[in-house]
Design a protein around this ligand. Structure first.
Ligand code: SF4
Length: 475
């Protein structure tokens, strides 16, 4: 088969539409494009010169350019799966290209995904994608591990493949259509993913099912080059950029402590004049040497996966930790001059009415700078999904984006959604906006204002969904 032109597509849910509002503020239709897919695009580009990626998170797709590609890869997370299937069908109806799906959701639910495409690539594809293209090009059977397909209507899976040990490719941002223009937008931050895997097993976590429990890391040189290039690319797009913040997107950056220390020392030595943020489990808050290093390297905050306020919830979802430990960790992080951002889940079976208010009070009491609020999420293939299957309201994946999609134990779905709205309204109140306007400075000032506007647009969507939630609950 001819393999001269390859396109990658990241579906957006909802797809980005240029508008006056999203020129200036955070809002839902503009998101950072997938670093994972950009990495794969870079890997393939080395073998097939005419390779390009589109992301609906930042741009429309030029269909005339896509339809005559030989192979089109579509990568999906759960919340974008419905849109991904729509795009796959659209391509099938308008071109002869081979359509291949991959990504977290396609891997976890390949019996579903295969109905929209020719092949599904399972798990991490840094190595399998080249084997796959090679097999297609030379007409060899696609029989190595990591592939699913239909053979005469029968579903064939070649099983999972050993994840790559080395994944030092620095994603080339130039390969993403329109990124050069959009990267100047203050909402889009340089992102670097430096390690994969996590030794923990939280029941609702999909990434650990995708990347596994064994932590694998990139080389120091590769991470530093990536950081440098990502910063240069974003700053070149907007030399007057106000939000100088780089996000290390690892799910558990500190899992390999020795490596994390080496990376932080290298970042500190490189003296980037940039702010950094990274996700963290609470345990890092007890590691004084690490906190000092973070501060030295230019980190201004940690996004801590706090998730719940009650010990009962931690136990229910296999998340190690207690409220008392989390509070001690937050206080110690702050005492090192770092801010804490809180990632929270509402809708645990232990949650009762009033959880939104209690959460907002916790945020205020412990001076948490900003939050991500999500309803309990259910990604197929996770223990949380398997045990809650019967209590899910629907399988419209486009709504699996932080909204309520299940029947909680102690509230109706609509009541839970209202709790999320209340928590958001209290944390991002006008009063707190005025306080932030006058009391916060620099990047914190801009962040709160951006988040205030972004949360307003999130609340609008959550409110729009209330009638459907009430109806779904009656069925
Ligand atoms: S600690 Fe974080 S990355 Fe690890 S399993 Fe739990 S939620 Fe997933």
């Amino acid at each position: 088969m001819k393999i001269d032109k390859i396109r990658f597509i990241e579906p957006g849910n909802p797809p980005y539409k240029p508008g006056l509002r999203n020129l200036f503020v955070y809002e839902e239709t503009i998101r950072n494009p997938s670093v994972g897919m950009l990495t794969l695009t870079t890997i393939v580009k080395e073998r097939v010169v005419d390779t390009l990626m589109y992301s609906e998170s930042i741009s429309k797709i030029l269909w005339d350019d896509v339809f005559d590609a030989d192979v089109i890869f579509i990568g999906i997370f759960t919340f974008a799966a419905t849109r991904g299937y729509e795009l796959a069908k659209f391509i099938k109806d308008h071109s002869n290209a081979m359509v291949v799906m991959g990504g977290l959701h396609a891997s976890m639910t390949y019996p579903e995904a295969i109905n929209s495409c020719d092949y599904v690539l399972l798990g991490e594809c840094d190595e399998s994608i080249l084997d796959f293209l090679y097999a297609l090009k030379f007409g060899n059977p696609v029989k190595f591990p990591g592939i699913a397909y239909l053979d005469g209507g029968k579903l064939i899976s070649t099983g999972s493949r050993r994840p790559p040990e080395r994944f030092d490719t620095v994603p080339d941002s130039q390969l993403l259509y329109n990124y050069r223009k959009m990267a100047g937008h203050n909402t889009l931050w340089p992102q670097v993913h430096a390690s994969r895997g996590c030794p923990h097993n939280c029941d609702y976590c999909a990434v650990v099912r995708h990347f596994g429990n064994r932590v694998r890391t990139r080389s120091v040189d590769s991470v530093l080059n990536d950081i440098r290039q990502a910063i240069d690319f974003h700053d070149a797009a907007n030399p007057k950029r106000k939000m100088k913040m780089l996000w290390l997107t690892d799910d558990n950056f500190f899992a390999d402590r020795k490596w994390a220390v080496t990376i932080l020392k290298a970042i500190a030595a490189a003296r980037f004049s940039y702010n950094f943020t990274v996700q963290a489990r609470f345990e890092v808050g007890f590691d004084d040497e690490m906190l000092d290093l973070l501060k030295l390297a230019g980190f201004t905050e940690l996004a801590v996966g706090i998730e719940f306020l009650e010990n009962e919830s931690f136990e229910l979802y296999n998340k190690s930790g207690t409220r008392e430990e989390i509070v001690r960790s937050i206080e110690n992080i702050q005492s090192h001059g770092l801010g804490v951002r809180g990632l929270f889940i509402l809708g645990a079976d232990s949650h009762t009415k009033g959880i939104g208010k209690r959460l907002a009070e916790f945020v205020k009491q412990y001076r948490i700078k900003g939050v991500l609020l999500q309803s309990m999420y259910f990604v197929p293939g996770t223990p949380a999904y398997d045990t809650m299957k019967e209590r899910l309201l629907h399988r419209d994946w486009s709504k699996y984006n932080g909204s309520v999609v299940h029947r909680p134990a102690n509230m109706t779905p609509a009541e839970l959604q209202l709790e999320i709205i209340r928590a958001s309204r209290r944390i991002y109140s006008r009063r707190n906006l005025i306080k932030a306007w006058f009391k916060r400075t620099g990047i914190e000032h801009r962040l709160f204002i951006g988040e205030y506007l972004w949360q307003k647009s999130v609340r609008r969507r959550l409110r729009r969904e209330l009638p459907d939630l009430r109806n779904a609950d009656k069925q």
